[in-house]
Structures are given as structure tokens and as C-alpha cells.
Ligand binder design. Structure first.
Ligand SMILES: Nc1ncnc2c1ncn2[C@@H]1O[C@H](COP(=O)(O)OP(=O)(O)O)[C@@H](O)[C@H]1O
Ligand SMILES: [Mg+2]
Length: 326
């Protein structure tokens, strides 16, 4: 199950991603946590100290390795250099699974021990100005998008991505790569305006979008969110002393998280699991091809000097049943 946390900076994406990862780990589920936020804080939120967080390998620096691995023996992809972030898998491509060991995890993932279980953490690496502009070819989130587009994930295994709600993800199609997207919003006009913008993009692509209210303090906050986002409001989280203590470097046991916030995390879990029935591998593949063709024509063909539309394998559908070469 692929889950994104999006929202404006400071809304609590990283905090809620990390709490949800902790919650999933405590249930014993296998989890890959990915930090694709501009401010790379997921490692710290999962309890790594500064040195440990700084020592994490950056996916952005391993793009050639990621491309080379995923390409496998796919005859439609001439070389890793001809692969862009939207290049879809086809016959011969290597696929990733949540539970396995593979060269991509070897290079880019590190285990993080949490109460109740160990998760894999992957980080894009710090963003530079170039990453926020139009330098699509080297895009750091491109590494994440490639992995998501080559991932075969089943029920009860989870990939949680801490992401920004930026124009980058709309142009590439990254925002369509998730079973569910949690938009974290504070009860403010700014928080809600990010929701409106996201909703607009999401509507045409059947993206399952749910709002998680954060730093919600009382009936007035709750009324505001209900009024502004209606049925899309899934759950709200209040101020957490547990989170504060963690940020002071005194992480309490996860089981000591406030009851109301634990219930909120369970509600997220239930919402995620319910989307399994909504999966449509053909639509998922079709959307990935749609955005690849768009990116190929707008910059990819020119950048690589090749017709990247020809990378599309018309007979390929990415789903749990696909058997790929080892
Ligand atoms: N529910 C909460 N309770 C207490 N502190 C919170 C809560 N949500 C977020 N914070 C704090 O607010 C700040 C911004 O949160 P963060 O998760 O880093 O936002 P984002 O990733 O969206 O930029 C952090 O210092 C975080 O600890
Ligand atoms: Mg963050």
C-alpha cells in the first residue's frame, strides 16, 4: 500500500508520517519510509540523531544505479541514460518488492529500529535550487517516482512517503502513484487552500485524497475544517506532548502516545487498508504511461535525444501478478 503525506510546509507532514510509520511498525507490518520532503526531517522524526541522519545515503545520488537496476533487460530502454523519472516498466524490467532485499535497498535504504519493529528508511537527499526548478532529468523526487513505478506491493505491506505538495509532483504524475494521499492541514485558510489546489489536480485522476487536520485545538478548529473540506476530512490530531518530548530528544515509548492520537493513527490505517479494493492496475499503468508520454514530449526526448514514447510496452500491466526476471 502506497501512502503519501502532503501539505504545506510546517503543517505536520513529517510528524504525522513518522507517527504513522511508528504505528505500522508496532503492528509488525513491513514498512518502507521515504523522505521526499524539501526539508529532510523524517530520519530525525523517526529518532535518528544528527550524525545518523546526515549519514543516510541519498537516493538522488544513486539515480544511475537505480535506473540500471530497474531497467533490467527491458529491450525498449537502450540505456540508463535514456531513462527519465517517468520511464515505465515493461517486459524485462526489474520490479521492487517491500519485503525483499535488492540492490536499490542496499544502496539507498537503512534500517531504523522503532518500538515493535524495524523499518527501512530511504531519503531523497537535500534539495538544491536546481531540484526545485525545471531540472527534471536529475530530479531527486524522480528517484522516488521510478521506485514507485516499479513497485509491486500487496496488502499489509506499506510504503509511506513524506512529500511536499509541489508543482513538481503534478507535472510528473507522482501525485497519482499512491493508494491514498493524506493532506495534512492546519485549521487555517492557508492550510485549506493547499487542499483545494490538490483536490483540483486529484479530481481528474481518481486520486483518493483525505484530509488529516493537525494542531486542531477545539470545536472552533474542527468546525472550520468540517465547513471547508466537508467529507474529505478523515480525522484530526491535536497538539501532542509526546511529539514535543520526542523533539526535545527524550523520545517516550510509542505506546505512551496520547490515546486520541493513537485512535487517529488507527483511523488512517483503516482508511489505507480500505483502498485496497479500489486498486485498478490497468488504470495505474495507464496513468503512468500518460505522464511519461507528456514528459517525453515536453522535455525528455529533447534532453536524451531519443524518442522516449517508444519505451512504453503496450502489453504491460503493473500488478501483483507480474513475474519479472530476478
Ligand atoms: N500534533 C502535533 N503536536 C505537537 N507538535 C507538532 C504536531 N504536529 C507538528 N508539530 C510540530 O510542528 C513543527 C512542524 O511539523 P513538521 O512535521 O516538521 O511539518 P512539515 O513536515 O509539514 O513541514 C514541528 O516542530 C513539529 O514537531
Ligand atoms: Mg517536513
Amino acid at each position: 500500500m502506497k501512502i503519501a503525506f502532503v501539505g504545506k510546509g510546517g503543517s505536520g507532514k513529517t510528524t504525522l508520517s513518522s507517527l504513522f510509520v511508528r504505528h505500522l511498525a508496532a503492528t509488525g507490518a513491513p514498512v518502507v519510509a521515504i523522505d521526499a520532503d524539501i526539508n529532510q526531517h523524517l530520519g530525525a522524526a523517526l529518532g535518528l540523531d544528527e550524525a545518523e541522519a546526515a549519514g543516510l545515503p541519498a537516493m538522488g545520488e544513486h539515480l544511475p544505479l537505480i535506473k540500471e537496476h530497474l531497467r533490467g533487460t527491458n529491450p525498449r530502454i537502450a540505456s540508463a541514460e535514456k531513462m527519465i523519472k517517468t520511464t515505465p516498466p515493461g517486459e524485462g524490467s526489474r520490479l521492487l518488492r517491500v519485503r525483499e532485499d535488492n540492490p536499490v535497498y542496499d544502496a539507498c535504504a537503512r534500517p531504523v529500529e522503532l518500538d515493535g519493529g524495524t523499518v527501512r528508511l530511504m531519503v531523497t537527499g537535500p534539495f538544491t535550487d536546481a531540484d526545485l526548478g525545471v531540472a527534471c532529468y536529475h530530479s531527486k523526487t524522480g528517484a522516488v517516482e521510478l521506485c514507485l513505478n516499479h513497485l509491486v506491493d500487496g496488502r499489509d505491506e506499506y510504503v509511506v512517503v513524506d512529500m511536499t505538495a509541489g508543482s513538481d509532483s503534478f507535472a510528473s504524475g507522482m501525485f497519482t502513484r499512491f493508494d491514498i494521499t493524506f493532506l495534512v492541514a492546519e485549521p487555517t485558510r492557508k492550510g485549506v487552500s493547499v487542499y483545494r489546489q490538490y483536490k483540483e489536480y486529484a479530481r481528474d485522476f481518481g486520486v483518493t485524497l483525505k484530509v488529516v487536520g493537525n494542531k486542531v485545538q477545539g470545536p472552533d478548529d474542527l468546525d472550520f475544517l468540517r465547513e471547508q473540506v466537508g467529507d474529505d476530512l478523515l480525522v484530526t490530531v491535536g497538539h501532542s506532548d509526546w511529539v514535543r518530548a520526542m523533539e526535545k530528544g527524550r523520545p517516550p515509548l510509542f505506546e505512551l502516545l496520547e490515546d486520541a492520537n493513537r485512535r487517529a493513527l488507527s483511523a488512517l490505517h483503516t482508511a489505507v487498508d480500505a483502498t485496497y479494493e479500489l486498486r485498478d492496475p490497468e488504470r495505474y499503468t495507464r496513468q503512468m504511461v500518460h505522464f511519461h508520454v507528456k514528459n517525453a514530449r515536453s522535455w525528455g526526448n529533447e534532453r536524451t535525444g531519443a524518442d522516449l514514447v517508444a519505451q512504453v510496452d503496450p502489453g504491460f500491466v503493473l500488478g501483483e501478478g507480474v513475474v519479472a526476471p530476478a
